[in-house]
Design a protein around this ligand. Structure first.
Ligand code: SF4
Ligand code: SF4
Length: 296
């Protein structure tokens, strides 16, 4: 079991599994037609924020799906920024100049930081679009450009479905590419592909890699799952689920990775989820071996 050390981080799946894209590697299988976790009611988001504030939460995350599909997204961002630093995970496609300017105003008006994490999976349409959809590379970069023009500095999020971005030279090349495009202070978070959701179907079809290089060899051949004695002492301070929970319209989960996984749902009530958890999903093996956290 992994101990729970306190609610440092709250994830809110504000648009559930509803997304304007349907990326082939999406580990929660989001898309325009997947409402297995529907858009959260505004009042439910606000009450979760209030509960987290009473717990002394230190970081908030809005994700989905695509958070900018939420009809009250700007109100929710404003309220979240009254509680704690906020990161919004977006594909950037819906961000236009007026939206970017309003986000900058909200950021400037808050004592806490606002981070926009923009997902893109390559430096060209040829790399990105087969994963995220035709035309998305240019749409994503347009959204990111709007943020920069408005005075915000996005964090690009790259899922390393292309093995070149596991290597330091590939990562340097990615940063150089962003500088070349005029993003003078590029920030990038590289994320391993989790072998669940749509990515699991993709990797089983293609024989694609399931974890970053070197790690797959460490996974026991007889099992993709952790045993209790695999956990290191103090791992609850390393893995984000030692100090985070994720709220969706369908209940509370240990982390945003597991919201579509059988048996991962903990409760309807956030208070009841401040308890130790078992790391009994294949994605937990990726987190454990890579020391990975979804946090910015
Ligand atoms: S990876 Fe992100 S942008 Fe793509 S379908 Fe999933 S939630 Fe939407
Ligand atoms: S998938 Fe990762 S973050 Fe989520 S419960 Fe498992 S170890 Fe924790």
């Amino acid at each position: 079991m992994l101990d729970f050390v306190g609610l440092d981080v709250l994830w809110l799946q504000v648009t559930g599994t509803v997304c304007n894209l349907a990326c082939t590697h999406c580990f929660i299988t989001c898309g325009p037609k997947n409402d297995s976790h529907p858009v959260m009611a505004t009042d439910d988001v606000l009450s979760s924020l209030a509960r987290a504030e009473r717990e002394g939460v230190k970081e908030l995350y809005f994700t989905g799906g695509e958070p900018f599909l939420h009809p009250d997204i700007l109100l929710l961002i404003e309220r979240a920024l009254a509680v704690a630093p906020l990161s919004v995970l977006t594909n950037g496609v819906l961000i236009d100049p007026p939206m970017a300017r309003r986000l900058h105003e909200l950021s400037e008006a808050s004592a806490y930081s606002l981070e926009l994490r923009v997902s893109v999976d390559g430096t060209t349409p040829e790399e990105n679009d087969p994963v995220r959809g035709r035309g998305t590379y240019h749409a994503i970069m347009r959204g990111a450009r709007c943020l920069v023009d408005a005075g915000l500095l996005p964090v690009f999020t790259v899922t390393t479905v292309h093995a070149v971005y596991d290597r330091s030279d590939g990562r340097e090349a990615f940063l150089d590419h962003l500088r070349h495009l005029g993003f003078t202070r590029p920030r990038v978070k590289f994320i391993p592909p989790f072998d669940i959701g749509r990515q699991a179907r993709r990797s089983s079809r293609s024989g694609d890699r399931t974890t970053t290089s070197g790690v797959a060899d460490e996974v026991r051949e007889d099992s993709r799952y952790l045993r209790p004695d695999d956990l290191h002492e103090g791992e609850e301070w390393v893995l984000q689920c030692g100090s985070c929970r994720t709220v969706t319209a369908r209940g509370v989960y240990p982390c945003p990775i597991l919201i579509e996984e059988d048996g991962a749902r903990m409760s309807d009530d956030l208070d009841e989820t401040f308890v130790p958890i078992e790391l009994n999903h294949s994605a937990c093996t990726t987190c454990h071996l890579e020391g990975f956290s979804c946090r910015t």
